[in-house]
Design a protein around this ligand. Structure first.
Ligand code: ACM
Ligand code: ZN
Length: 746
């Protein structure tokens, strides 16, 4: 505040004629994401760009800036420039070969007062970023298209500002899976331009997987998928498109797992030798390249020779994730290889990958791998590790001395829905909202290269799907890597200011709908509903209908809490100033009368099941049924004694609970891997074996007294958790179990 006041005085008319240094303050209200590391607002008139503005500097970058501003190529070079791009270095790293060192990505931009906009940088990367900052400050930059030409009366304005900028992390990546679904070169190039817009500089191109092999390799044309593959010309064009935007293309060729598409062409390289189809379903398949067959290594070597010839990137990603030991353990050749190397199946993967690392080193390239292939100790020709399983896996890789890229799925897998709701977005089940992205960070340190977010495309088929899932989360990701985590309100403000550029480019970022409703709620007499404007879209207007119709810009605008007194479908949507709207969200309010107390007290019982259940629906045939003293994993363990295993079991509890007060009761359940609660025979809340969330809740109107509750729990592996809370008129509490023997409860 104080700084703002000082600035206002200094910028106003002062009688003193004494020149004094411009007073500077950090400037928030700029349409720039990621925010610059240091930015200072300056006094002075905005700089005006019109159809006559000329740009001076190295032609490649100056031409890019001209295109971004809607100026003709003739605006570049020639006479005196109005905007200068000054290249001060003699630095020669090529972004096509790898992320540039940080100093080659840095730049200084000065706009006014009283001098022309100037970018100075000692690297081409920095010059590019400075030029792009100009185009964004002007609001002119477009994604995947040139800016329409500036007409005679058109103008852009640039605020007076000094920016000193460089990224915090050298490696700032985005991944795209083109194997599960194939995307045309045009979609890929637009994706790369979107990365560049956010100053991201690595495109991790996931080119092969079980469902597709998307490269036409000269030595192995039989591998390419019939339903889509990139030609040599496509690859060359994408690499060049990326290079011009400071982006390195890192190709990924999956091995030894996720190779069903390879085995479809070469069944002789699987452990069983059986004919294989390229699958149309998703998951982790048992069939992988046989690690005891020299033919596998020959094929890999030949594939990599072609890949190295096509991609200038020093880093070549060779997969290494999700390799089930099943086939190797049953294969005589693989068993012989294990015996010769004195390792188990896990060790055999390391042996396999080490051979691949050595092949790449022989071609003067560095391997990159998913973190399952993190070597246990020092490795020859060590790989760069992409830690996707957790932040801790990345920390372990760093601890072991490997260069590491952090890509934890919990924060950076953008294929998980940001709303968590299937009716609003494509993508995987899960709930990965932008605050989770904002909450993840990794400090610069030795061996920490940076971070990368992923987009797996099992449930992504169009460019619009891509836009919806990556934005706005990609902007948040980019800012954390470039600038460091900024307060959410800053991010939100800058995102709002920048949004017109996305709208003008036709980018279909996710518009979050209003909050405050659940899919189903219970009404007893009057229910007050408070609708919430999403935090990320403070400029959005909430509109609603009560008749099941879809809200339009003419529907009532939400201002005050709504009263619902009867069964009603409330439909809400958010409308942005641009005219874009969220998908509508339906909330069903059901008028109920409290269910009468029906149960009589009896001791709770638990049934015990064993099996590798994948879903709650698969649970069948109990092995035991015993009395218990509560509805919890601890109570079941006490009741079942040594029978209860660690993993792969299920429990079904039947209990009678005491409800103290008549009214609406919300049952909240946390179940890992899965759980369900039924009350008086009604399903109230259920979590099935989705990646997450592992929580669910649901409402039911109950009269005071005893009610029958059934709780089902499924344990797969790893975490075990079962928690149930009921929120009623008198507050939130654990279930109050009636009929426990030896206890005083009724
Ligand atoms: C991965 O998600 N399997 C890298
Ligand atoms: Zn084998």
């Amino acid at each position: 505040m104080l700084a703002g006041i000082t600035l206002a005085i200094a910028c106003g008319h002062t009688p003193s004629a004494t020149p004094r240094p411009a007073i500077e303050e950090p400037s928030l209200e700029l349409p720039l994401l990621p925010r610059a590391r240091r930015d200072y607002a300056r006094c002075g008139e905005p700089f005006v760009i019109d159809a006559h503005t000329r740009i001076g500097g190295p032609r490649e970058v100056a031409s890019q800036l001209a295109r971004w501003l809607g100026l003709p190529e003739s605006a570049v070079g020639g006479g005196a420039a109005d905007i200068d791009l000054v290249y001060t270095g003699g630095v020669v790293h090529d972004p096509a070969e790898g992320p540039l060192p940080i100093d080659e990505q840095s730049y200084v931009l000065e706009i006014g007062p009283g001098r022309k906009p100037t970018v100075s940088a000692r690297g081409r990367g920095g010059l590019f970023y400075g030029a792009q900052t100009i185009a964004q400050l002007a609001g002119a930059r477009r994604i995947g298209m040139p800016t329409p030409p500036l007409g005679p009366g058109d103008r852009w304005t640039l605020p007076c500002v000094r920016i000193e900028d460089e990224p915090r992390h050298a490696f700032r990546g985005m991944h795209l899976d083109v194997a599960r679904h194939f995307f045309d070169r045009a979609v890929v190039e637009r994706y790369v331009d979107m990365l560049a817009f956010y100053k991201l500089n690595v495109f991790h191109w996931h080119l092969t997987d079980d469902q597709g092999f998307r490269l036409d390799l000269p030595s192995h044309p039989e591998l390419k998928s019939a339903d889509g593959a990139y030609s040599a010309a496509d690859v060359e064009a994408v690499v060049e498109h990326a290079r011009a935007r400071g982006v390195t293309v890192i190709p990924e060729i999956e091995m030894p797992g996720h190779t069903r598409s390879v085995l479809a062409a070469h069944p002789e390289l699987s452990c069983t030798g059986e004919k294989q189809e390229t699958p149309r379903t998703w998951g982790v398949f048992d069939d992988v390249l046989c690690a005891g067959n020299e033919g596998s290594y020959t094929l890999v070597e030949e594939m990599l020779r072609d890949v190295v010839a096509a991609f200038p990137s020093r880093l070549i990603h060779v997969g290494g994730d999700e390799v089930p030991p099943t086939r190797w353990e049953a294969c005589p050749k693989c068993r012989a290889a294990m015996k010769a190397a004195n390792v188990d199946a896990i060790g055999l993967e390391h042996v396999f990958m080490q051979r691949v690392f050595d092949m790449l080193a022989a071609s003067k390239r560095r391997p990159m791998v998913w973190d399952e292939a993190l070597p246990n100790g020092p490795a020859r020709n060590p790989p760069v590790v992409v830690a996707w399983q957790s932040k801790e896996r990345g920390e372990l890789a760093v601890q072991r001395g490997f260069d590491t890229v952090f890509a934890p799925y919990q924060a950076l897998y953008f294929n998980f829905r940001q709303s968590g709701r299937r009716e609003l977005e494509p993508g995987h089940l899960g709930h990965l909202s932008w605050p989770l992205v904002h909450g993840f960070d990794v400090e610069p340190a030795p061996h920490v290269l940076g971070g990368e977010a992923a987009l797996w495309t099992e449930y992504v088929t169009t460019q619009e799907d891509i836009d919806t899932l990556v934005l706005p989360r990609m902007a948040v990701h980019a800012e954390t890597l470039w600038t460091g985590r900024r307060p959410a309100h800053e991010l939100i403000t800058r995102s709002r200011l920048q949004r017109p550029m996305l709208d003008a480019s036709g980018v279909r970022y996710f518009v979050e709908p209003p909050g405050g409703t659940r899919p189903r709620s219970v009404v007893l007499d009057v229910r007050k509903v408070v609708l919430e404007t999403p935090l990320f879209y403070p400029d959005g207007v909430v509109r609603y209908t009560r008749d099941g119709s879809i809200p339009t810009p003419a529907s009532p605008r939400y201002r005050d809490p709504l009263s619902i007194i009867d069964t009603t479908t409330l439909t809400t949507a958010l409308f942005l100033p641009s005219g874009r709207a969220s998908k509508p969200v339906r909330a069903l309010f059901v008028k109920e009368t409290p269910r009468p107390a029906v149960a009589t007290a009896s001791a709770p019982r638990v049934r015990y099941y064993e099996g590798r259940f994948a879903k709650l629906a698969e649970i069948a045939s109990p092995l035991a049924e015993v009395e218990t003293d509560g509805v919890s994993l601890e109570a079941a363990a006490r009741a079942l004694g040594g029978r209860m295993k660690r993993d792969h079991f299920a429990l079904v509890f039947d209990a009678v609970v005491k409800i103290a007060e008549t009214g609406i009761h919300r049952f909240e359940i946390v179940g890992d891997d899965a759980a369900r609660i039924e009350v008086d025979g009604e399903l109230v809340a259920e979590v099935d074996t989705d990646p997450w969330p592992r929580e669910a809740d649901g409402e039911i109107a109950l009269a005071a007294g005893l009610h029958a509750v059934r709780v089902t729990y499924l344990q797969g592996t790893e975490d075990r958790k079962l928690e149930i809370v009921v929120a009623g008129p008198s507050g939130r509490a654990p279930l109050e179990i009636a009929g426990v023997r030896g206890a005083s409860a009724p």
